[in-house]
Design a protein around this ligand. Structure first.
Ligand code: NAD
Length: 446
């Protein structure tokens, strides 16, 4: 192996006791995740799509033939030790919400009905100007955004005590909020806390939940594209409380396909003229995204992917000025079963044009649920390993990965996976595997 000296293995606290997983927003994704974990615990289904549950990791040289399951070598929390809690702006318990979301079959939900019915959301922090298409009435009442943050912290403290929890993580699974650019109020913790007390309009509910979590040192992941923890004030707070944070926007469906295919096109130096992506979906998320301001947040998140993967500045003849368009259309008959079409105009040898068509009939929440699980378990692990701040190694799960200001985001799914697994190898005190690879070196030059 040609890697540099392996850095010192970090101390990782064991996963003792129970882990509370908090989900602000108990809609399609959250209930598919919760019901899924409960069903898996009961042996009714398998955790397909989850790296923490089914993924392996190669350790050492290939000749050593060490490919253990990730969960067998890292001290991850067992599914049996997870307790669920969350907020919504509708009063439905997890069973009712899962039925309404229409993702999982009633037959499966009925087998775990009592467990789901016991999970009742707490009243949400909500202001309609941030999600215009929703009109929930199950909401907290307070004078200032600061007070709301305190109320969220009280919910968390009560939940922790009632269930005798050892640790917590929070994953935002609430609706996509309107597009907000980081402004003055987001630049420092001081400005942000002042803004909370003065009801600053650029502080949205997702930021209030995130503030409450990070303030309590609870790891936080943002599954939606809204800012939430992606600005300097929150990075400062995460540093202070040593909370790991990650985001934004779960990488499922069309963007997942894009970040699988685009690296392949680039690897073979095939040019790109244009990439048109359109979707129909009929769930509540689709309805929220029907509002142009919420869609703008999503659009920003989806568009940047190709630019970063294809690197037009390095390959101007292949990728300069390609046309990229993304559309989402709300179409109720399909519910959560989204259909995403991609038309890709590429060109090859001597500039000859070709086309690729993708028609992905996917299930949005089925793709998102294992991501919620992996993020919860990996962020909890990160916390116990004393990692804090932005967890770039979790970029694998996001459309719009959070990154340090001086770095650019990594979108290529395969590089993201390599980073993730190398971070796990680091945690294990094992040698990292670089693109050069031990075996190549040994074979050709060793
Ligand atoms: N499903 C996917 O594949 C996928 C992929 C990427 C991102 N996302 C994002 O994940 C989020 C959840 O998606 P979903 O399909 O479950 O949507 P959903 O509409 O079914 O669920 C969102 C829930 O959040 C609740 N909510 C909204 N604002 C809230 C607030 N301030 N406090 C508490 N609850 C609030 C809503 O009432 C709703 O129940 C969305 O932002 C979506 O864009 C989903």
């Amino acid at each position: 192996m040609t890697t540099e000296a392996t850095p010192k293995k970090p101390e990782i606290k064991p996963a003792t006791g129970k882990l509370g997983v908090l989900t602000p927003g108990m809609g399609a994704v959250a209930t598919t995740f919760i019901a899924g974990v409960i069903a898996i615990r009961k042996g009714l289904a398998k955790p397909i799509g989850s790296l923490t549950q089914m993924g392996t990791i190669r350790l050492g040289k290939r000749t050593e033939k060490r490919f253990p399951l990730i969960k067998d070598v890292l001290p991850l929390t067992n599914l049996e030790d997870i307790v669920f809690g969350g907020w919504d702006i509708f009063e439905d318990n997890a069973y009712q919400a899962a039925l309404k979301a229409g993702v999982l079959e009633k037959e499966l939900l009925n087998q775990i009905r009592p467990e789901l019915e016991a999970i009742k959301p707490w009243k949400g922090v909500f202001q309609r100007e941030y999600v215009k298409k929703l009109d929930g009435h199950y909401i907290k009442q307070a004078k200032t955004k600061w007070d709301y943050a305190q109320m969220v912290m009280e919910d968390i403290a009560r939940f922790k005590e009632e269930h005798h929890l050892d640790r917590l993580v929070m994953v935002w699974t609430g609706s996509t909020e309107v597009y907000i650019k980081p402004g003055e109020v987001h630049q420092s913790l001081e400005a942000f806390e002042k803004g909370l007390k003065e009801n600053h309009p650029e502080i949205s509910p997702s930021m209030i939940y995130a503030y409450a979590a990070v303030k309590m040192g609870i790891p936080y992941a943002n599954g939606a594209p809204n800012l939430s923890v992606d600005f300097p004030a929150m990075w400062e707070l995460a540093k202070e409380t040593r909370a790991p944070i990650a985001g934004k926007d779960f990488k499922t469906g069309q963007t997942l396909m894009k970040t699988i295919l685009a690296p392949g096109l680039k690897a073979r130096l095939l040019g790109l003229e244009g990439w048109f992506s359109t979707n129909i979906l009929g769930n509540r998320d689709g309805e929220v995204l029907d509002d142009p301001d919420s869609f703008k947040t999503k659009e920003e998140s989806k568009l940047s992917v190709l630019e970063y993967i294809l690197q037009p500045e390095l390959y101007p003849e292949l990728y300069k000025n390609f046309y990229h368009k993304v559309r989402i259309n709300y179409y109720p008959p399909r519910g959560d079963n989204k259909e995403g079409w991609d038309n890709i105009d590429i060109f090859g040898w001597l500039g000859y044009p070709m086309q690729i068509k993708i028609d992905f009939l996917c299930r949005d929440s089925i793709l998102a649920a294992p991501i919620v699980l992996d993020l919860a378990l990996f962020l909890d692990l990160a916390g116990r390993a004393n990692f804090h701040g932005i967890q770039e190694w979790l970029s694998f799960y996001f459309k719009s990965p959070m990154h340090l200001p001086e770095l650019y985001p990594e979108h290529d799914l395969f590089i993201q996976l390599m980073k993730l697994k190398n971070t796990l190898r680091f945690m294990l005190g094992e040698e990292q595997i670089t693109h050069l690879g031990a075996d190549y070196y040994d074979y050709y030059q060793g």
